[in-house]
Ligand binder design. Structure first.
Ligand SMILES: *Cc1c(COP(=O)(O)O)cnc(C)c1O
Length: 403
């Protein structure tokens, strides 16, 4: 879908873009809701022209003018989501994939295909991203470092520096401007899944590649799996070529749901952030809690550590759903050492600040007092103890006396 003829002449606020980007041509088409195109193939009586279009795609990977040839090349519904997400991130372009992991895979394959197989990465990352790099499944090699060590870790064959901020699951934040400076000529990839473009737009700090698990806040309702990369046109072309060759496409229904999710992203993030900040405050005053991690940036995620066995808290929640994933309208809690970061070796987990006592809470849109009463009764399932324990990461508020 070619939307450039309808592009906004002046920059618009994010909340406006969230509702209108990727939909600029609808009124011209006589439509209000975006159409859902489920075609796997597209008719053409002009084989010579199709050959030219395919040659052009093989050269640049640019989106085809006119209808796609085949659904693995492109899809008009998914393209609307890509256009909208690119606008929200302030990027030239975006390319959607079947999942966040398929998106990261495509980025790594693009760089490896250019002979740049080395990645410099800062822990913690999402457990499966960590695993993909550490296991070298794609023939990449990783050097783990803290932000201060990035410049020294870069080699002639380094194709990517990767950070997550706020990071999954500790919510540790990195200084993007400083990291960008340390990268020199090497592209910086920022996994922006937790912050969303509502709270942070990494391209404004000079990052070249922004990755999202669209499964989380972008979709926002826990019913669609997807991934997306926002970047410049040239890199997007290479990503499209890899997507075509490897087949990790987003289903059009998922593209439809993700575009729909973007419309409410700013208000969902604002509402979840307000509740999460309040829950972080209450957790920080609770003697049953030893540490609370809440990003300076804000957002709907809170991590905290407990005196007792965190699995007792998981077993005791009633309103809150004990489940992995995040960014949905409903509140989820999980134990990273058991689930989201289980695949990361224990020593690596610990050195990255992922304590075995850590719980990760994704705050939804429920009433904050209802959430607190559930959390508080679930915390009651583990015995209260007063002694202080060593903290990992940011300490928002120190545990105080009994309430
Ligand atoms: C979930 C997640 C991913 C992986 O995304 P999928 O859509 O599950 O493949 C990557 N990064 C972060 C930060 C995540 O939370």
């Amino acid at each position: 879908m070619e939307n450039s003829a309808f592009a906004a002449p002046t920059p618009r606020a994010l909340a406006t873009e969230a509702v209108h980007a990727g939909r600029e041509d609808l009124a011209q088409l006589g439509l209000h809701a975006p159409p859902l195109d489920l075609s796997t193939t597209y008719p053409s009586y002009d084989a010579a022209q199709e050959a030219e279009r395919i040659d052009a795609f093989a050269t640049t990977g640019a989106r085809l003018e006119g209808p796609p040839v085949y659904a693995r090349l492109d899809n008009p519904t998914t393209a609307r989501f890509e256009t909208a997400l690119a606008r929200l991130e302030g990027a030239q372009d975006a390319v959607a994939f079947a999942s966040g992991m398929a998106a990261l895979t495509a980025v790594l394959l693009v760089r490896a295909s250019m002979g740049l197989r080395h990645v410099v990465a800062v822990r913690p990352l999402y457990g499966c991203s960590d695993h993909l790099l550490a296991a070298g499944l794609l023939g990449t090699e990783v050097t783990w470092t803290d932000p201060a060590g990035i410049a020294a870790a870069i080699r002639p064959d380094t194709g990517l520096v990767m950070v997550e901020t706020p990071a999954n699951p500790t919510l540790a934040e990195v200084d993007l401007a400083a990291v960008r400076h340390a990268c020199g000529a090497v592209p910086l990839l920022v996994d922006n899944t937790f912050a969303t473009p509502v709270l942070q737009r990494p391209l404004e700090f000079g990052a070249q590649i922004v990755l999202h698990s669209a499964t989380k806040y972008l979709g926002g309702h826990g019913d669609v799996l997807g991934g997306v990369v926002a970047c410049d046109e040239e890199f997007a072309g290479r990503l499209r070529q890899v997507r075509f060759a490897t087949g990790g496409v987003l289903h059009p229904m998922a593209g439809y749901l993700l575009l729909r999710g973007l419309a409410t992203l700013p208000i969902r993030v604002a509402a979840a952030s307000a509740s999460a900040a309040e829950l972080a405050r209450r957790l920080g005053c609770d003697p049953r809690v030893t540490a609370v991690h809440y990003p300076r940036l804000g957002g709907g995620m809170v991590s905290f550590e407990v005196h007792g066995d965190p699995r007792d808290v998981i077993a005791a929640v009633r309103l809150i759903t004990p489940a992995v994933s995040l960014g949905s309208v409903d509140t989820l809690i999980q134990h990273p050492a058991s689930i989201s970061h289980r695949i990361v070796a224990e020593t690596d987990r610990h050195s990255a600040g992922v304590s075995d006592r850590l719980l990760r809470l994704s705050v939804g849109l429920e009433d904050v007092d209802d959430l607190w009463s559930d959390l508080s009764q679930a915390l009651g399932a583990q015995p209260a103890r007063r002694e202080e324990r060593p903290m990992n990461g940011t300490l928002l508020t120190s545990p105080q006396g009994a309430r």
